[in-house]
Design a protein around this ligand. Structure first.
Ligand code: SAM
Length: 283
């Protein structure tokens, strides 16, 4: 139950490019609330001006959110209504707002979502990759070693992976993905969604890297990268290096069937898979 006397915190999505993507409800609320907490007041002033909205604004960004949330919650508790917006899309999605929302909820202030655009979801909706399970990974670490480590950790994940990336890093990022996930893993680059140069391009990671490298326009604007999850079956059907080594040694001395059975006992790999692999090697 919300605090009966307090105002309401509306978390309002704004467009990610095309201004017509703002909802009628968002416009009405931005007009009506007492105060708009914006990630960048100068940036949002242009949006509000476009729609003729003159509601006062206050800054709520990653540098002042920790200290500033208290004052905003005080105002909510005093009965004011507030809308939280970010520079684009849905607040809190790789954007500030989490601390304010948490503080408001802790103070029993009602927090109401006003949903709308989100680049990750817009990209997923057109990527043609499995969408029943996905993992939003936000921005990868900027430094190469940390990024590769994160990608290695994700290599076995069977969910569709969604990343935000800065345009000047998109090429090195796709190249690192090709190393970590293999060049044949399907991927999609969704760039400048809802804008004039909207591009949605799908290709295996290796080809995608070459395509981006060949066209510097693909390293401009805003982009979302999506990668198909690991194929569970394919992972299971790979004979690991140690099993290969043991099988080759034994198969040099024994019939393949016997060698496969012994290798299975030694390494724990599946006997049939080992036998099949042995046949493929001409044993
Ligand atoms: N809160 C936003 C949302 O709901 O999507 C995301 C904010 S995050 C700071 C900005 C990143 O989102 C960009 O670097 C880019 O990866 C992605 N993004 C935002 N707008 C986009 C667009 N129109 N097309 C493609 N990606 C976009």
């Amino acid at each position: 139950m919300g605090n009966q006397n307090s105002g309401i915190l509306y978390v309002v999505a704004t467009p990610i490019g095309n201004l017509q993507d703002i909802s009628a409800r968002a416009l009405q609320l931005l007009q009506q609330v007492d105060l708009i907490a914006a990630e960048d007041t100068r940036h949002s002033a242009r949006l509000l001006e476009h729609f003729g909205i003159r509601t006062p604004m206050v800054a709520c960004h990653e540098h002042n959110e920790r200290d500033g949330s208290g004052a905003l919650v005080e105002r909510l508790l005093a009965g004011e209504t507030l809308a939280l917006i970010s520079d684009a899309g849905t607040p809190l999605v790789s954007d500030p707002g989490f601390r304010l929302v948490r503080a408001a909820r802790a103070a029993a202030v009602q927090v109401v979502p006003v949903p709308g655009a989100c680049a990750a979801i817009a990209a997923l909706s057109v990527a043609g990759l499995p969408s029943d399970r996905f993992s939003f990974e936000g921005f990868l670490p900027a430094k190469s070693a940390a990024r590769s480590k994160r990608l290695q950790d994700l290599a076995g994940d069977s969910r569709t992976l969604i990343f935000y990336e800065a345009p000047h890093r998109v090429l090195e990022c796709v190249m690192d993905m090709a190393s970590a996930f293999g060049p044949l893993r399907k991927a999609v680059l969704a760039r400048e969604l809802t804008k004039a140069f909207e591009t949605i391009h799908d290709a295996p990671l290796g080809e995608l890297a070459a395509w981006i490298a060949a066209d510097s326009n693909q390293q401009r604007g805003e982009c979302v990268l999506l990668v198909e999850g690991a194929d569970d079956k394919a992972e299971r059907d790979v004979v690991d290096a140690e099993s290969q080594r043991v099988l080759m040694l034994l198969a040099a001395e024994l019939p393949l069937k016997k060698a496969a059975a012994l290798t299975a006992q030694i390494t724990g790999a599946r006997k049939n898979l080992l036998y099949q692999w042995g046949l493929e090697q001409g044993r």
